[in-house]
Design a protein around this ligand. Structure first.
Ligand SMILES: *Cc1c(COP(=O)(O)O)cnc(C)c1O
Length: 447
């Protein structure tokens, strides 16, 4: 059995197996790992499999074959996919549904990727090894999902860096409520300072000397692949029930979730159209319109987790669709302004009794524009459509509650987090400060 290889999007001479790609995060040339070849996993090969862990094992087996993680795959998928992704129909004809990806510990879809990566990395630890330290710079949501996923895993420590005073109080709670093997740092600086610190830490001999360092940000293959699983499971359910392909509208920022959907379709799952719903950060829709790739600084919107002006996973989409024409044939994209996000949150509640977070509402609004679309794409609303719900509305209560005129109930998982005590260390935005803080940590653990 030959192991599957993953190659860098920049230079395919850089390749790694599944476990190695997960541990490295980025390829040595700064590129992102993508499969060198695509296995085919057609709908008919999922006999009797519909639960997420089973679909995950079937879908990901070709990627793990011959790899150190292969034998653990069933255990990893049942550990990672331990919460559901229900498909909720809107209206009565079953043509439009919402896929709720927010039933995990931090109530957003990033829990899937973070939990899968944590489940994999914890199985690559051997007793007696130096600790593995996961460094994450976060502007809000990613850090919480990563902290939750790695919390309590033996042999792994997590350091979360966030810009002091620049994340919402709700986000800050999710970053600082863990303790144990998770340490939070409020950095006196910006998000860019946090990212710079993480990059410096990776090449710092002193830090590397006492622990192995890895990252868990969204370009890690171990976060992307598991996201293909819920697209596979959903398209299978629709295929089995109606004999039709499922089309998806995906709230998009850094394009990880969207790239995963294109991967699921590439693997042979019955997926039709893929529509990317962007907020006012219109780099991708502009690229599809003009054919010119012009990354830019991000602008702040209501759907803040999608405020990305230079999406990293574009490299993965380009690897799959090298010419802009190929990409236009594969996906379409919409730009949705804040005022239309607001009105869609109101309309979703009035029409369907649904309460949507701003990201989900962005996708619901893009769906509404399909038939009236004057875009180059000829995508219409025919067929079976799924709007992807990426976060629970309770995470964005300040925005949602005034629009629908009532309180949003907090799910149990979030309520539990909010009840925990918080703890964090404030540090200056320089490597010396980070080293000292991490060092203290390591020695107090040994004693
Ligand atoms: C991260 C995030 C997104 C954007 O996902 P990408 O994979 O970066 O495109 C959308 N919605 C929510 C709630 C998020 O946290």
């Amino acid at each position: 059995m030959t192991a599957m290889e993953f190659t860098s999007t920049r230079d395919s001479a850089h390749s790694a197996g599944f476990a190695a790609a997960l541990l490295q995060g980025l390829a040595p040339d700064g590129g992102l790992y993508v499969p060198r070849a695509w296995p085919v996993v057609p709908a008919a090969s999922f006999t009797g499999q519909s639960a997420l862990p089973d679909v995950a094992t079937r879908l990901l087996t070709p990627f793990a074959e011959g790899d150190p993680l292969d034998a653990f795959l069933p255990a990893i998928t049942s550990d990672a996919f331990n919460f559901s992704a229900p498909l909720v129909p809107l209206g009565t004809d079953g043509r439009l549904s919402v896929l709720e990806l927010f039933h995990g510990p931090t109530a957003a879809f990033k829990d899937f990727g973070a939990r899968f990566l944590a489940a994999c990395l914890s199985r690559l630890r051997k007793p007696g090894q130096r600790p593995l330290t996961i460094l994450v710079a976060t502007s809000g949501d990613t850090g919480g999902a990563v902290a939750a996923a790695f919390h309590g895993r033996p042999g792994i420590e997590v350091a979360v860096l966030f810009p002091k005073g620049l994340v919402s109080p709700t986000q800050e709670r999710q970053l600082t409520c863990w303790g144990g093997n998770v340490q939070s740092f409020a950095v006196r600086g910006t998000f860019d300072d946090c990212q710079r610190l993480v990059k410096q830490a990776f090449v710092d001999p002193e830090l590397r000397a006492h622990s192995e360092l890895s990252s868990a940000n969204s370009i890690n293959l171990g976060r992307l692949l598991p996201q293909a699983v819920y697209y596979a499971a959903t398209s299978l359910a629709i295929w089995r029930q109606y004999g039709e392909k499922a089309s998806f509208v995906i709230p998009s920022g850094n394009l990880g979730n969207a790239a995963a959907c294109t991967w699921a379709r590439k693997l042979g799952l019955p997926i039709g159209e893929i529509v990317l719903a962007h907020n006012a950060n219109r780099t991708v829709p502009d690229y599809l319109d003009s054919g010119e790739w012009r990354p830019r600084a991000s602008v702040a919107t209501l759907a803040s987790a999608m405020d990305v002006g230079d999406p990293s996973n574009m490299e993965r989409l380009r690897a799959l669709f090298p010419e802009v024409g190929d990409l236009r044939a594969a996906v379409s994209a919409f730009t949705i302004q804040d005022q239309d996000i607001r009105s869609r949150i109101r309309a979703g509640f009035e029409q369907f009794g649904q309460i949507w977070c701003p990201h989900t509402a962005t996708a619901a609004e893009a769906y509404e524009r399909l038939s009236a679309s004057r875009h180059w794409s000829q995508v219409s609303r025919e067929g079976r459509w799924v709007v992807v719900a990426t976060a629970h509305p309770a995470k964005f209560r300040e925005i949602v509650e005034p629009l629908i005129g009532r309180p949003v109930a907090v799910p149990e998982a979030l309520a539990k987090l909010f009840a925990r005590p918080t703890e964090c260390t404030e540090i200056d935005a320089d490597l010396t400060a980070l080293r000292a803080a991490l060092g203290r940590r390591t020695s107090s653990w040994k004693s």
